[in-house]
Write a protein that binds this ligand. Structure first.
Ligand code: P53
Length: 481
């Protein structure tokens, strides 16, 4: 088939970002501090630090980010020129409930998103909204210890209900928790912090704490889905997963088993979101580990009543695991199941993320076969250093090459395998602060933003060479064969 016969007319070609990575204005108009506001800048070698509150003399890249808060009209003009049909961003929770537990929402925060969504709609761009993308009100950590405390279920539900009500005629596509599975995949404190506002304490069983926080989020998500559907039955409400497929490093049966067990860490979350019940492999594991988890019969009912309409997910890379000792590859990280190792067949970007377009087709197939629900690729892209040539051009053919290969893989999944895909919103449509490293120079955009890792620059926007390429993809509803 011709590629452009494959994509339905209303296929959501778009671009994605998250509030904390673009907006800046971190303390404007009554906004409270969020978990993202206490993250310092890191780089490839040294991780971002989580500080107790905002400390003097530290650089926090998200405080200004790319100042989208004040420049969104100018940026949306460019998005329109690019031809975006959808724009995925998040609502910054602490703009709406500065402390998380406030009784009344902050009107100035609500007003900002009214104006933002109006501006998008006026330009023919459909907003796709994540409720929680690493921006939990900091006070919910300080006063409650984050999502390990089940009081956060109600705070999240109140927030979700408030914004779904307010924007019921402006937003149709919602997602609850961004990349909710990252925390169990890695146990990196950065992820538990940004997913759940939880910091581990002395003596904590990290997995037990993470599972408790995750359960509270899954319950909160299900309650929000149910309420959202009551507010507007036309809402499409999805979950948001990071699908990084884990391949067996060798064809040794133990490696195959290890890879499936590692995939369970990811599927656990979508199994609950989609099927509305806790999978048996999880129950067995918690029992074996002697975890003391708190959830009620009523919670289990909530899970059943709030299953999602679609599965949103990010796809960047794949990894491999092995149980073997005689490795060629270097072990990257140890898990109870196996060691994560480099895949000798794949190349990686400058941050070690292994590029694998076939992995996207594989993921689309596996997930669709597991759930039989519409899928929405809400993040995909390759972080790279860009340079501005002396003629002012940014020749980012590597970006085009990466995206083209992934769009081809998506096309194959749809045209050959019959997978139902709703849309494709590549990550960081405009350059933003990197989540993982806090760098500004790890760029994903079609639109360049003049700012460096130390925060210097004019913030001026400039189209990269990839801009015209993506514009054409959207215009022609797919790549030309
Ligand atoms: P940065 C890990 C694996 C896949 C996606 O990441 C991930 C992560 C976390 O590092 O995060 C998502 O900016 C996330 C975005 C983030 C994007 O991937 O570290 O949803 O907020 O910016 C890219 O290059």
């Amino acid at each position: 088939t011709q590629m452009n016969d494959t994509f339905p007319k209303d296929f959501l070609w778009g671009g994605a970002v998250a509030a904390h990575q673009i907006e800046g204005a971190y303390d404007a108009d009554g906004k409270g501090l969020s978990t993202a506001d206490v993250l310092t800048a890191g780089n490839r070698e040294s991780p971002r630090q989580i500080t107790q509150g905002v400390l003097p003399g530290q650089y926090y890249p998200n405080h200004e980010a790319i100042d989208f808060y004040h420049r969104y009209k100018e940026d949306i003009k460019l998005f329109k020129e690019l031809g975006l049909k959808a724009f995925r961003t998040s609502i910054n929770w602490s703009r709406i409930f500065p402390n998380g537990d406030d009784v009344e929402p902050n009107e100035a925060g609500l007003k900002f998103y009214d104006d933002l969504f109006d501006e998008l709609l006026k330009n023919g761009i459909e907003p796709v909204i994540t409720l929680s993308h690493f921006e939990i009100p900091y006070a919910l950590y300080e006063n409650y210890g984050g999502f390990k405390n089940r009081k956060l279920i109600d705070f999240f539900v109140r927030y979700a209900e408030t914004v779904m009500n307010r924007y019921k005629d402006k937003v149709t596509y919602w997602m609850t928790f961004n990349e909710i599975n990252n925390q169990l995949d890695t146990f990196d404190e950065l992820h538990t912090w940004t997913n759940s506002a939880v910091l581990f304490e002395e003596g904590d069983n990290k997995e037990e704490v993470t599972v408790q926080a995750s359960l509270n989020e899954l319950i909160a998500s299900a309650k929000a889905v149910k309420i959202g559907k009551a507010i507007n039955p036309d809402f499409q409400i999805g979950c948001m997963m990071a699908y990084v497929p884990v391949y067996p490093y060798a064809c040794h049966p133990k490696d195959m088993l290890a890879s499936s067990k590692m995939m369970e860490r990811r599927f656990f979350y979508s199994d609950v979101h989609v099927r509305g019940e806790i999978p048996i492999y999880a129950l067995k594991r918690w029992e074996r580990e002697g975890f003391d988890l708190e959830y009620t019969e009523e919670d289990l009912l909530s899970l059943k009543e709030g299953t999602v309409d679609y599965i949103g997910f990010s796809y960047y890379m794949s990894t491999a695991v092995t149980t073997l000792d005689d490795l060629d590859g270097q072990p990257i990280r140890d898990f109870p199941e196996a060691k994560v190792v480099g895949n000798p067949y794949l190349e990686a970007n400058d941050w070690g993320w292994q590029i694998d377009p076939d992995g996207l087709r594989y993921t689309l197939n596996t997930v669709y076969q597991r759930y039989n629900k519409p899928l929405f690729i809400v993040e995909n892209g390759m972080g790279a250093y860009d340079t501005v040539d002396s003629d002012g051009k940014i020749r980012d053919d590597y970006r085009v090459e990466y995206l083209e290969a992934h769009i081809k893989a998506m096309h194959e999944a749809i045209a050959i395998d019959g997978v139902d895909v709703m849309g494709y919103t590549p990550w960081g449509v405009i350059d933003i602060v990197s989540f993982g490293s806090g760098e500004m120079e790890k760029r994903y955009g079609f639109i360049y933003v003049d700012k460096d890792n130390q925060g210097n620059g004019t913030l001026k926007r400039r189209k990269k060479e990839s801009f015209a390429w993506y514009q054409k993809v959207i215009e022609e509803n797919g790549l030309q064969d």
